[in-house]
Design a protein. Structure first.
Length: 390
């Protein structure tokens, strides 16, 4: 098996490599993910190794031989999963608890578009964006939802949607080390709508990464639910179902590993977050929308010169709402961050709240965070729904 690994690395660590991702570390703490990609330097091709440790990111550049030896050592000793994306193949290497290696490879077609990409990659600082779901490779649900043609080309008016889906999958990829492959992964998508991202999550986790995943999409529109169930059945996605229901009233199931809530209006986001905390979901991904509640309540003499302008008050209220939500999730034992979902020129309301449940909870830190929320809400004379629900 080690000989097969060495051969795989020899054949892929070259100018045709897009990236290598090492994840699922064997021990907790320290580096949890490593990315390797080719870069063109003044003295020729080398490989940049990016290591992720907590909130810190470290970069160093290696020669080809060094990076092959390093990647082999990391797979055999430190990580349980390796994903290789090359212009001619995709490969996944999994390492069992007993150290046995399992390989899954798939050849990709070398098209003229890829050769043009290869030529452009030779220029420094001019790398073509490499998406998780690639242009030129048709994905059934993207074709049916009008994002791609049958040949895999992205429909130009839907290119923003294509970028949004890939951006969201990058967030999923980042939290993969926190998700176990043992047993079924249960996911709830509140307010799924036409379910572009719901299908993308299932495809990425189940088809591309081999997770046993069960996803429930929830929405109020009966026709949308019917269409989504029809597509799910068409693709043979037995564990992807869509039901009609209200977020505030949904009880659903006992165990949930991930909760997704995208553009749920106003306080619907708060009910979804509260449900996620109640279930003890390991991961929460939320893109809030239409935060009217705080805008109607906020009062502050000190901030009155700012709040007298309607658009400023609206945007400040939205940011304050999301910041309080993030702090409340931290108080509930989650490591929380607020990230930009897609470029801000598309919409000013595309921040994503990402929360990952901590293995051990610092009760004193949670208490302090609750106290800070109390102080800021008192100061601004606001009473956010999530604060009451938690």
């Amino acid at each position: 098996m080690q000989e097969q690994l060495a051969e795989l690395l020899e054949n892929t660590v070259n100018e045709g490599l897009y990236q290598i991702i090492l994840s699922n570390p064997r021990t907790k703490g320290g580096v949890f993910k490593i990315k390797i990609r080719p870069v063109m330097m003044k003295n020729g091709l080398c490989f940049q190794v990016t290591s992720y440790e907590g909130t810190k990111v470290f970069h160093d550049n290696c020669e080809r031989g060094d990076v092959i030896d390093r990647a082999k050592r990391l797979i055999l000793q430190d990580f349980r999963q390796c994903e290789i994306e090359h212009k001619r193949c995709r490969a996944i290497v999994l390492v069992s608890k007993k150290g046995k290696l399992f390989f899954k490879t798939k050849r990709t077609e070398d098209t003229g578009a890829e050769r043009e990409t290869d030529r452009r990659l030779q220029l420094p600082h001019n790398r073509v964006k490499k998406y998780i779901l690639e242009e030129g490779i048709p994905v059934p649900f993207l074709v049916d939802l009008g994002v791609q043609t049958k040949e895999g080309a992205v429909v130009r008016p839907r290119y923003d949607k294509f970028k949004q889906i890939n951006r969201f999958l990058e967030f999923i990829r980042d939290i993969l080390p926190t998700l176990s492959k043992e047993g079924t992964l249960h996911i709830i998508d509140f307010g799924c709508g036409k379910s572009y991202l719901t299908f993308a999550i299932y495809y990425y986790l189940h088809d591309l990464n081999g997770y046993d995943v069960e996803i429930t999409g929830l929405d109020l529109k009966e026709d949308v639910i019917a269409d989504c169930n029809r597509l799910s059945e068409k693709y043979g996605y037995e564990k992807l179902r869509f039901i009609k229901g209200d977020i505030a009233e949904y009880e659903g199931q006992g165990r949930v590993d991930m909760v997704v809530t995208l553009h749920a209006c106003d306080t619907a986001t708060d009910y979804a977050l509260a449900r996620a905390v109640k279930w003890g979901a390991k991961v929460i991904l939320s893109v809030p929308c239409c935060q009217h509640e705080v805008n109607k309540q906020i009062q502050s003499d000190a901030l009155s010169p700012l709040l007298k302008y309607g658009i400023i008050k609206e945007r400040m209220s939205a940011l304050i709402t999301d910041a309080i939500r993030a702090n409340l999730l931290e108080a509930a034992g989650y490591e929380t961050s607020i990230l930009e979902f897609i470029d801000m020129e598309h919409t000013p309301k595309n921040l994503l709240i990402r929360a990952v449940k901590k293995d051990t909870v610092d009760e004193e830190a949670c208490r302090r965070r609750k106290q800070e929320v109390e102080e800021i809400t008192d100061l601004l004379h606001i009473s956010p729904t999530l604060k009451g629900l938690l």
